[in-house]
Design a protein around this ligand. Structure first.
Ligand SMILES: Nc1ncnc2c1ncn2[C@@H]1O[C@H](COP(=O)(O)OP(=O)(O)OP(=O)(O)O)[C@@H](O)[C@H]1O
Length: 575
């Protein structure tokens, strides 16, 4: 794991770069000292070169100044390069957790996940870290050093510099305070835009066929306009503060010159000191001005870091036990109640039964009864509000997630294949695919011939979500994926909804084979015909278990045999 739960991932990643940050701080100290080259050169010109009219002194001073300028420039380039590398390191370190959180958020955070996009937040953090903004923040601690120097020139000049600095700092704090809310809203409207865009892309067929493009487009334009107005207000706000601070800085510089001239007239300082103090003042305040111009991206990055931490911490791995053996004997569900992620109202409750190796359970009930909710709770996708699901006595979360995948197969209602080859989809994108196991799963699911008939067989690329396949083909490849690796528990949610007779027969055979090798199969079915290869039935109605037992006993109670045909032809929806 990347970090313990209490540690914030962004802080943790930044702390891992603390050595590089310390080096940047030290380089910043030298850069800031070298920034005095200009004012000190000016001081020497006025007070030494012009006073002595010495050309050799001028040449030597100019040579030293050029050398120091070059050194300062090079060190500045170096620290910006180092900051850019820190940005990339943080990005690389957090991109895995961002991907994980992105994937798990809808499952673990429910509605709280709406509008959160860890990969976008990570990009905002990277953009800020790689910009000159952090360099300005590194320069800020050296401001007192400049003020001290001005104090050394004259106490009055120092006092003016400090008062000016405090006024500008107050403006910066006000800016920070006022920009928090708008920046948060801006990120919300940007999320709404991309969600709409994503939904339109996913549902392009529906939009095109039913002429919904214009309505969706209007809705998108509305979202863009809202985002644009907020962006405009935010930019106006930041430009306002930027200009006011710039104006104050220029005024302060002139005030410093005026006060300096007065002190020269009073013969308390020289003309060189007067000019040097004015330049140092400008230098001292430059980081503030720079920081203000980068403020929107700083505030955006800080808020992005907060959201990122929340998402990654909420989607972290539960504590798992290493080395727990794979289950081989029982599936026990005890008083199970479940709800959608982030919700408390149960959608399903009071489910309890036990299955042994070799059992096949059919889950039946009308539409909306809670069958898919049961499947999700059984697979550990939805949380158990009460009760538990245990395999050989252990709850599912006791196995590390990757290990659990080896003894669990799941075919969801929406099959959801990934852009890759047929073979990759069947073997769940394993790093080292086992060809024999792929063939075995394909044959078990009865799709070997179907796959070899595809243009490039198992190497056929199927497109995003299997777009180049028919619904039945997708479902059967999904079935092979669920059967891959001979998992102990196989959960199939309406596996026959798109199958023809051949497909249904293959499904029945596959279920029989899983049971024969000592696995447990759970099948959600609308049609009694799907129950032929199963020996147990669980009936769910209105989010409650109403029946559980041997298949024929339960079916006798809930679906009478049609006298004419001698078969159970009724749909459970009609029960
Ligand atoms: N993500 C969700 N958030 C909130 N409620 C949900 C969510 N998914 C499903 N529900 C609700 O839970 C109830 C049960 O839905 P579920 O999908 O489990 O039914 P089902 O028995 O599988 O139906 P079907 O046979 O039509 O697939 C429904 O009332 C549904 O509106």
């Amino acid at each position: 794991m990347l970090q313990s739960k209490s540690q914030k991932p962004v802080h943790h990643a930044l702390r891992a770069c603390s050595g590089a940050m310390l080096a940047i701080f030290l380089v910043s100290a030298v850069v800031n000292v070298l920034m005095l080259t200009g004012p000190l050169f000016m001081l020497q010109i006025y007070d030494r070169v012009l006073a002595s009219s010495s050309v050799p002194t001028l040449v030597v001073l100019a040579g030293i100044a050029i050398g120091l300028y070059l050194m300062g420039g090079m060190l500045d380039i170096l620290r910006l390069r180092a900051l850019n590398r820190i940005a990339m390191r943080v990005y690389a370190r957090l991109s895995g957790p961002a991907f994980r959180a992105n994937m798990r958020m809808p499952v673990l955070m429910g509605r709280r996940a709406a509008g959160m996009a860890p990969h976008r937040d990570l990009e905002a953090i990277r953009r800020f870290l790689g910009s000159p903004g952090p360099a300005a923040i590194f320069d800020m601690p050296f401001m007192p050093f400049y003020f001290l120097l001005i104090f050394l020139f004259h106490a009055w000049l120092g006092t003016l510099a400090v008062v000016g600095g405090v006024v500008i700092a107050c403006l910066v704090i006000t800016n920070e305070y006022l920009s928090r809310g708008p920046s948060r809203e801006l990120s919300g409207t940007s999320g709404a835009q991309s969600r709409l865009m994503g939904a339109a892309r996913r549902n392009a067929e529906v939009l095109t066929s039913m002429g919904m493009f214009d309505s969706l487009s209007r809705r998108y334009s509305g979202a863009v306009e809202e985002h644009y107005l907020r962006q405009q207000a935010m930019t106006d706000h930041s430009n306002f503060f930027s200009s006011v601070i710039k104006m104050l800085r220029l005024m302060l510089q002139s005030a410093m010159l005026g006060l300096g001239a007065f002190l020269v007239i009073q013969q308390e300082i020289t003309a060189g000191v007067m000019i040097a103090a004015s330049i140092i003042m400008a230098r001292a305040l430059a980081p503030i001005e720079q920081a203000v111009s980068h403020w929107p991206s700083f505030v955006a990055a800080r808020q992005a870091a907060g959201r990122f931490d929340e998402a990654v911490q909420a989607c972290g791995d539960p504590a798992a036990t290493e080395g727990l053996p794979a289950p081989t004997e029982t599936l026990r569900v005890e008083g199970l109640a479940t709800a959608a992620p982030g919700e408390q109202a149960p959608l399903l409750q009071g489910v309890g039964f036990e299955l042994r190796a070799g059992d096949g359970l059919g889950v039946v009930g009308p539409s909306g009864a809670g069958k898919t909710s049961f499947a999700r709770a059984l697979m550990g996708i939805w949380p158990a509000l009460h009760g538990s699901v245990r395999l050989d006595g252990a709850t599912l979360d006791q196995w590390p997630e990757a290990e659990r995948g080896r003894f669990v197969g799941y075919l969801p209602q929406d099959v959801e294949l990934f852009d890759g080859t047929v073979a990759e989809n069947i073997c769940r994108f394993a790093a080292e695919p086992d060809i024999m196991a792929i063939l075995k799963a394909a044959k078990l699911a009865g799709i070997h011939q179907m796959v070899t008939a595809l243009p490039e067989g198992y190497e056929t690329v199927i497109g995003e979500n299997g777009a180049r396949l028919s619904a039945g083909q997708r479902q059967r490849i999904g079935l092979a994926r669920a059967l891959f690796g001979d998992p102990f528990l196989v959960m199939l949610d309406e596996p026959n909804s798109n199958l023809d007779m051949v497909g249904e027969r293959a499904l029945t055979t596959a279920i029989g084979e899983v049971r024969a090798r000592g696995g447990i199969v759970v099948v959600i079915a609308h049609r009694p015909s799907a129950l032929t290869a199963l020996n147990k039935v669980l009936m769910i109605q209105d989010g409650q278990q109403v029946q559980f037992g041997d298949r024929d006993e339960v079916l006798d109670k809930v679906v009478p045999v049609t006298k004419a045909s001698g078969s159970r032809e009724m749909q459970f929806d009609a029960v």
